[in-house]
Design a protein around this ligand. Structure first.
Ligand code: GTP
Ligand code: MG
Ligand code: ZN
Length: 307
């Protein structure tokens, strides 16, 4: 059984593969540190109470001892957050990537990612990539959709390098994860930011005739300077399991400025009279398309609860 400690952790699990854990020391410049290969002391017990993740995953902050050139993890520190897919602990920021050209933005997916991030109390950064080939119409839709949102928005191009300094700035000192649909350029951006990062390049797909950098094993990549980021394979859906109906409006941070002026403190901002959120929508202070997606999520959670 491994102990869960509280002191200052000495290592970060950046990769887990084939029964081994690859660690970086948590002191000094992350980039100049050798990878330390470690095993876990003792017999691995199954996941600790109320966690769906194994006892040690990527992102875990651990104590380890180096013993005859073999490192052994002896303690795992309490996790500040847990992502199940991909399995990563202690993430503090989600980078939501979309493209200004192809694939066209999937706003419902984008909003589900921000809702899940808010539920886990993670910071959110929105990246609009492929700005080099942007279509005006899509930029217009994005601008409308992101209206009133408190998240930073960074426009980038993995081709021309535009916006990469701002993106890197947003990643410094944090543990982030890339999220978004397939083909928006998550891996391409990371290849620009991180020397030596080489995601496996799949054969050019016959269907779409474009090269794809597929990402199989979750790994925390060291950002030169400070901070870590995980690439993830694109996904097309996110469920709202474990999100309570009453909690949902609180996961739309742009409602916060208005909520207190609603007549009812438990206002869901849909059928109620004297709703300040709906008033703000009518005045175009909030995004109509985000609100539509919000209503859809409310309906979905209500339908699940009928069982
Ligand atoms: N024009 C342009 N093309 C880009 C840019 N970034 C990526 N691409 C291209 O878009 C395609 C997909 O890029 P990837 O980096 O593999 O996308 P991804 O988000 O990692 O995709 P998945 O790993 O499948 O989730 C590749 O052909 C890239 O060359 C960009 O800024 N501008
Ligand atoms: Mg990729
Ligand atoms: Zn309301």
């Amino acid at each position: 059984m491994i102990e869960r400690g509280n002191g200052v952790p000495s290592g970060l699990v950046v990769k887990a593969y084939g029964g081994f854990f690859y660690l970086k020391k948590l002191t000094g410049d992350n980039n100049n540190q050798p990878l330390i290969v470690a095993t876990v002391r003792g017999k691995l017990k199954l996941s600790t109470a109320n966690s769906e993740l194994p006892p040690v995953v990527v992102g875990d902050k651990v104590d380890f001892i180096e013993d005859n050139a073999a490192a052994v993890i002896v303690k795992v520190h309490p996790r500040s957050s847990e992502l199940i897919r991909p399995p990563i602990a202690n993430i503090d920021q989600v980078v939501v990537v979309c493209a200004a050209s192809v694939p066209v933005p999937d706003f419902q997916l984008m909003d589900r990612i921000t809702v899940r991030a808010e539920a886990e109390k993670l910071a959110v950064v929105i990246v609009i990539n492929k700005i080099d080939s942007a279509r005006e119409e899509i930029l217009g839709q994005l601008q409308q959709h992101l209206r009133g949102l408190p998240y930073p928005v960074i426009k980038t191009s993995a081709v021309t390098g535009e916006g990469l300094t701002d993106l890197k700035q947003a990643l410094l000192g944090r543990i982030s994860v890339m999220a978004g649909p397939s083909g928006v350029g998550k891996s391409s951006l990371l290849m620009k930011l991180i020397p030596d990062y080489e995601p496996k390049i799949q054969d050019v797909s016959q269907k779409t005739a474009r090269g794809r950098h597929t990402t199989k094993h979750v790994e925390l990549l060291a950002i030169p300077g400070s901070g870590y980021i995980a690439d993830t394979p694109g996904f097309s859906n996110i469920n709202l399991d474990q999100i309570e109906l009453a909690e949902l409006p609180l996961l739309f941070p742009e409602f916060a400025d208005y909520r207190l002026d609603c007549k009812f403190s438990s206002c869901m901002h849909i059928p109620e009279p004297d709703c300040a959120v709906k008033q703000a929508l009518a005045e175009e202070k909030l995004s109509a398309s985000r609100y539509r997606n919000y209503c859809q999520m409310v309906a979905e959670i209500q339908a699940q609860r009928k069982w």
